[in-house]
Design a protein around this ligand. Structure first.
Ligand SMILES: Nc1nc2c(c(=O)[nH]1)N[C@H]1C(S)=C(S)[C@@H](COP(=O)(O)O)O[C@H]1N2
Ligand SMILES: [Mo]
Length: 311
């Protein structure tokens, strides 16, 4: 584990988190006292607390930004924070194409401009068996999809991370994965109100190691679905290929956080919340069953597929 003890953390690293907590407290108090109309126009004032947010204690900023999976920068948990400064996020553009009214390449600014950012404190569960609680800033992917007007044939939404074969990132110089990293959701999952495009965390823009400048967050699925540093979004009729699912069926296309899956090698019923010593139970759909279970009326789609193949 790469988590440092508190004595290793320099003051500058903790400042932004403690300022965040102060501002958050101040905004909550002023909201209660004055009503939202009189709130100062800080970024946090524009990011109201969402009913989808968990009240669980937030994972410290230091852990969220130093214990990462971002194989473009290497496979060690510390590689992304050490190396992600190599990621150039300005200028940035995102192409949206496929089954949409008008395929467009947006500058990041134009893409984000129509949307207001919300704060969402979400649980994050990696297949490796660790978890965090992360205060994202972002907006529902549903709003963007609506804006680009999907055709009636759009059944899936595919995402691609940045990759330039002429200038590969450190981890992309090895065939750790098939580059570029790709992920996809069914369109009803993509337009579920929990599904976010995140542009920040702890009230500040996304650090590079967390997938700047734009990443997906799908909190009821294993972390590998939450693709980072997105450059392309494609709406498709057929189910797209996705990086980890192509490597092994153990990484299901759906990858919903489930318990009791003896068929899958990553069937963990327990998880370690970063910062805690005791393991805790993993919750069905990572604790979001009430919101998302109805998306899967026939049970776990990955498991059903596996059973069908075996027959
Ligand atoms: N492009 C890209 N996206 C990615 C990954 C990656 O290696 N490359 N790792 C995934 C995995 S396995 C996890 S657990 C989360 C980790 O996000 P975090 O480092 O912000 O906590 O990002 C996901 N998105
Ligand atoms: Mo992960």
């Amino acid at each position: 584990m790469v988590i440092k003890s508190p004595s290793d953390i320099t003051p500058s690293e903790t400042t932004s988190e403690s300022i965040y907590r102060q501002r958050r407290r101040f905004l909550q108090q002023s909201a209660a006292l004055l009503g939202s109309a009189l709130l100062p126009t800080t970024p946090l004032a524009a990011a109201p607390r969402s009913p989808y947010s968990t009240d669980e204690p937030l994972t410290p900023l230091k852990s969220i930004t130093s214990y990462n999976n971002f194989y473009e920068f290497g496979t060690q948990k510390g590689d992304p924070s050490l190396r992600a400064s190599a990621l150039e996020t300005e200028p940035w553009s995102v192409s949206i194409d496929g089954e949409v009214a008008k395929p467009t390449r947006f500058t990041l600014e134009d893409l984000l401009n129509p949307f207001s950012m919300e704060e969402r404190n979400y649980r994050h569960r990696c297949v490796e068996g660790w978890s965090m609680v992360i205060p994202w800033l972002g907006f529902p992917l549903a709003a963007l999809i609506k804006r680009v007007r999907p055709t009636s044939r759009a059944k899936y939404v595919a995402f691609t991370s940045l990759y330039d074969a002429d200038r590969p990132l450190p981890g992309q110089q090895r065939r750790l994965l098939k580059w570029p990293y790709q992920e996809a959701l069914r369109i009803d999952e993509a337009t579920h109100p929990l599904t976010l495009l995140a542009t920040g965390l702890y009230g500040d823009p996304l650090p590079n190691q967390n997938g700047a400048p734009l990443r997906l967050v799908v909190p009821w699925k294993y972390g590998f679905k939450s693709i980072k540093s997105i450059v392309r979004i494609t709406l498709t009729e057929q189910r797209p290929k996705t990086t980890w699912n192509e490597m092994s069926d153990d990484y299901g296309f759906y990858a919903n956080v489930t318990r009791e899956h003896p068929e899958f090698k990553w069937s963990f019923n327990r998880e370690r919340r970063i910062g805690e010593l005791q393991k805790r139970d993993t919750l069905p759909f990572n604790g979001y069953a009430e919101q998302v279970a109805q998306l899967y009326p026939n049970g776990d789609p990955d498991l059903n597929l596996r059973r069908a193949h075996r027959r």
